[in-house]
Design a protein around this ligand. Sequence first.
Ligand code: ZN
Length: 304
Amino acid sequence: MTDFQITILGSNSAISNHGRHPTAQLVSMHQLQFLVDCGEGTQERLHENKIKWFKIDYIFISHLHGDHYFGLIGLLTTFNLLKRTAPLTIFAPKDLKKIISMQLKASNTSLNYLIKFVSTLDDEKRLILDLPVCEVYSFPLKHKIPTTGFLFVEKAEPRLLDLQKLEKYDIAKSDYKLLKQGFDVKDKNGKKIKNSLLTTKGKSPRSYAFCSDTMYNLPMVKIIKNVDLLYHEATFLNEHLQRANETKHSTALQAAQIAKKANAKKLLLGHFSSRYLDLSVLQEEAQTIFKNVVLAIEGEVFKV
Ligand SMILES: [Zn+2]
């Protein structure tokens, strides 16, 4: 099975602490590498994790709180120093283009490569990237400023040919492509043969949802329904629910409630408050209502 995995580059909220850093993740799928959020120091985390930077052609920024993008100008100018020429697409709230342009202008830096900025909108689920192997959607989260989550969905694989049956029914090789696409075909005598007699279902498409930062956000459940892996922020324990509501963040318990309602297969908790040195308390709280919970520990890789 082709790799589809998440590498955690940063999972702390607000500041670096306890050896944890602000939010950044690498989503790898079918030879593609997507950087999701780019907290301060992300380029160092990429280096530490031996990630081939030049393969990153798409960056997704959830919102413009500094702990989710302050690493970006450093990364972009390092790309330049490393003589990058491949274009880069950045999906982010619209003001990011102004911020980056101003930083480049003030330092009289012109890049060797093109950056295409695509503005995200936090009004509804939107298809923002459509590639041969996957689709990426943005969707609204509930936070202090406009914020979107991102949903990465593999495209369905073609149906698998049953070679013995193809021989038995005497199907022309020129029809194999149609069969893989799910169409019925005719045998050499012109008799229609149902696709399901000649093929089996290909691998089910997998999906990953990134939800940070957000407070408890029920409307997104239908968007992330049945997701294979759900990254959901869990800044606080439920004993700090009031603080979570004030700052528009979630508790571990709320993250688990969303995972349960969405029928997610696995929940990945992150964006931890520095008040927690030992993160197992957050995992245990979530597991009181949703069993399959893991912690976003930096350097760890989670298969989707
Ligand atoms: Zn935030």
